[in-house]
Design a protein around this ligand. Structure first.
Ligand SMILES: Cc1cc2nc3c(=O)[nH]c(=O)nc-3n(C[C@H](O)[C@H](O)[C@H](O)COP(=O)(O)O)c2cc1C
Length: 289
């Protein structure tokens, strides 16, 4: 059995790069909000030594523009479609989910509960999931922030509120300063940090949540190679998403898929899915020794 590969939300534009999206098992849209948004002012991207900082700020056409102009083109891809949903209140999440409920061809809704580049909704992640759950019967994945000490508690709460799966992890807030002016390189100041430095953080979150809840998990954060993907599976992910790597390597889906199979073979596993921790050993990492 193979491991499904997706893109991470916001890291692939399937309309301008359909051939990349077709190399994935599912395409995940950039987060869609109720109203159109310009996002944050430039500069919004800064490369750092070990990862990328972004402060895009949920730029997008809003749900009406998405359904009218983008969704028909995504349906033509012939790839399973996930729509990422965001907002600034429980009512926002409910409104976007209600609108998507009427649309064909959307397999899963991913709830972006954790964007570090916009002001957060005052409600808890579980309250946002509950609001979305009341508005749609489509499968709901809750995307959680790694910036919390006990992500497993959030995982249990969103599971109880009706989430069907977890997406782990979003970016974590970071700051880069210009080496000459010592001023923030991003106009907004801090941004969301992604890329290789996120991998140990993602592994810890996936590991903790896989112990806490019995839900499928899309693991992401710093995946650059098949070995990285295999490690997320070993930590408890049932699927893996590619994010920052896609900006520099549009061929990453095929490359990582091949490397994943090879990495599993080198370890004597029947296939990548055989690395999944449920098929290896259950751990007792929640026990304080
Ligand atoms: C430029 C950029 C834009 C992003 N936009 C979104 C977004 O719209 N919604 C979302 O849930 N995550 C967004 N993310 C976060 C990614 O989906 C992913 O969680 C994160 O980048 C970690 O994976 P990576 O280290 O492989 O990039 C964005 C990340 C980047 C780099």
């Amino acid at each position: 059995m193979s491991v499904p590969l997706l893109n991470a939300s916001g890291c692939l534009d399937a309309v301008s790069a359909p051939e990349v999206a077709r190399g994935l098992d599912a395409f995940v849209t950039k987060t869609i909000t109720p109203l159109a948004r310009d996002g944050n002012p430039p500069v919004r991207i800064a490369e750092t030594a070990h990862g990328l900082l972004n402060s895009i700020g949920l730029q997008g056409p809003g749900i009406d523009g998405f359904v009218r102009d983008v969704l028909p083109r995504l349906r033509e891809l012939g790839v399973s479609l996930w729509v990422s949903v965001g907002g600034f209140s429980a009512a926002d999440f409910a409104r976007v989910c209600e609108r998507l409920e009427q649309e064909e061809g959307i397999d899963t809704i991913e709830l972006n509960l954790s964007c570090p580049n916009v002001d957060e909704a005052p409600e808890t992640a579980a309250e946002l999931v509950a609001a979305a759950r009341g508005a749609t019967s489509k499968p709901l994945y809750a995307k959680l922030s790694p910036a919390q000490w006990d992500v497993a508690t959030s995982a249990r709460a969103v599971a109880a509120a009706g989430a069907d799966g977890l997406s782990l992890v979003n970016t974590i807030r970071g700051l880069a300063l210009d080496e000459h002016t010592l001023q923030p390189r991003l106009a907004r100041g801090a941004g969301g940090y992604s890329g290789p430095a996120l991998k140990p953080i993602a592994l810890a979150a996936v590991w903790a949540c896989a112990s806490a809840v019995d839900l499928p998990i899309v693991g992401m954060g710093g995946v650059q190679s098949g070995q990285d993907a295999l490690e997320l599976v070993a930590a408890g992910a049932t699927a893996v998403a590619l994010g920052t790597v896609l900006f520099g390597d549009p061929g990453a889906p095929a490359r990582i898929r091949a490397e994943l199979i090879e990495a599993a073979r080198a370890l004597g596993l029947a296939g990548p899915a055989a690395a999944h921790r449920s098929s290896v050993a259950k751990s007792d990492e929640n026990t304080c020794k």
